[in-house]
Design a protein around this ligand. Structure first.
Ligand SMILES: Cc1cc2nc3c(=O)[nH]c(=O)nc-3n(C[C@H](O)[C@H](O)[C@H](O)COP(=O)(O)OP(=O)(O)OC[C@H]3O[C@@H](n4cnc5c(N)ncnc54)[C@H](O)[C@@H]3O)c2cc1C
Length: 376
């Protein structure tokens, strides 16, 4: 009897992270790469239900470097496409407290971005809905905007296919099989098995479950966040930037003739109940909008949805080889920045996989979380 063929790497998860890493693995010279996605559609979970904002104003240096690198990688992904990866609307970060704006301004310029400090008059001129609110100080970041998420997903799938990645959807839930601390295969929902000696966990909110099931648990927590689409006036074509309040953590931006807004809520939850809307979700938005842009409340909520952002305790992504199980690799914990860092984070995972240097390898390695777990 002949042995089944061994696939070089199986990527678990067909969201933007899994699709990105599969293509980069092939580009790095890895032989067979297979992506397994339990659902019928690729990138239909967090990758399709986010706010699509590109805000290169992260407060930590690691994420900022990932966002900067992502811009270069998206330029390359969209080269040759008729579409742009970013609609450069800019972003306006506002507060009633000058010191908050000052601190963010120093951080942002320290990371190498250009941004402009703006006063109350300029804030209201840019976004008239802020007229009756308490935003008095702000910074405007021109490198920000709204990501073309549909274009990104389409190109990531096309590129993966073009590079010879085997994409398999609708395969049901999958489980990593390990023997004596080594990955030996992946078991599919129908009981069939793919022989492999390497797996990349890119399962978004399900990553923690996948790791735990093969003896490699990590403290990754899915946090539910709501988005609300507020009614618009058919005739208006708003050219507002993304608006983010540094006081209450609430954001809004124009979307499809209305306004997309989030109260930046975070509720620990189980991955299987990700989309169920919480009863008080709209109240949280109303309370926060009342302070910053009360006139938006008159529009009413037309549609709401929820999805999960998955974080490690230090809020940095988890990228690279798991020292406990040979052949197990992570591309998880992308939190609320996954659309803005999926390719650059995947690059770190691939660097660890191929054991090539990368300046962010150590900062993002799972080892830091394992060390903390062992100390407890
Ligand atoms: C409300 C909200 C707003 C956001 N706003 C922004 C934003 O403005 N800007 C930004 O950059 N980011 C934003 N994000 C974050 C971004 O959407 C995520 O970080 C990103 O989509 C994560 O991609 P992923 O591929 O890791 O996860 P997902 O897209 O969730 O993909 C994971 C995939 O793994 C699959 N899977 C599950 N179990 C298994 C298994 N056992 N085997 C194999 N596959 C499995 C799932 O079906 C899923 O398709 C937001 C997120 C949310 C929820």
């Amino acid at each position: 009897m002949t042995e089944p063929r061994i696939v070089d790497v199986v990527v678990l998860g067909g969201g933007v992270a899994g699709l990105a890493v599969a293509g980069l693995l092939r580009q790095a010279g890895v032989g067979d790469v297979c992506v397994l996605e339990p659902l019928a559609l690729y990138a239909s979970q967090a990758s399709a239900r986010n706010a699509a904002m590109f805000l290169p104003v992260e407060r930590d240096a690691v994420t900022t470097r990932l966002v900067l690198r992502q811009a270069e990688l998206l330029d390359a992904l969209f080269a040759g496409s008729d579409e742009e990866w970013l609609s450069r609307t800019g972003a306006l970060l506002v507060s009633s407290d000058a010191s908050k704006v000052g601190a963010l301004h120093s951080a942002v310029t320290g990371h190498g971005f250009t941004c402009e400090v703006v006063d109350r008059e300029s804030i209201v001129a840019r976004v008239p809905a802020l007229k009756d609110g308490d935003a008095r100080f702000g910074i405007s970041v021109s490198a920000s905007g709204v990501l073309n998420t549909h274009g990104m997903i389409t190109l990531l799938i096309e590129r993966a296919r073009g590079l010879g990645v085997l994409l398999r959807n609708d395969v049901g839930s999958t489980r990593v099989e390990c023997v004596a601390g080594q990955v030996v295969g992946v078991i599919l929902a129908d009981g069939s098995r793919i022989a492999t000696r390497a797996v990349v966990i890119a399962g978004g909110a399900w990553s923690s479950e996948i790791g735990t099931a093969c003896g490699a648990s990590l403290p990754l927590t899915p946090l539910k966040r709501h988005l609300h689409w507020l009614r618009g006036d058919e005739a208006e074509d708003l050219k507002w930037p993304v608006v983010w309040s540094l006081d209450d953590e609430v954001y809004f931006r124009p979307e499809s003739g209305g306004i997309l807004a989030s109260p930046c809520d975070e509720r620990p939850t189980h991955a299987s109940v990700d989309t169920i809307e919480e009863a008080d979700a709209k109240d949280a938005l109303a309370t926060k909008l009342m302070r910053i842009a009360p006139s938006l409340l008159e529009r009413g909520v037309r549609r709401s949805w929820a999805c999960l952002r998955t974080y490690a305790p230090d809020r940095l992504p988890v990228l690279g080889a798991d020292p406990r199980v040979h052949g197990l690799h992570w591309l998880a914990g992308l939190g609320g920045q996954g659309m803005s860092v999926c390719l650059s984070a995947a690059e770190v995972t691939v660097a660890a996989f191929t054991n090539t240097p990368h300046p962010l390898r150590d900062a993002c390695a799972p080892d830091r979380l394992i060390a903390t777990m062992e100390q407890r």
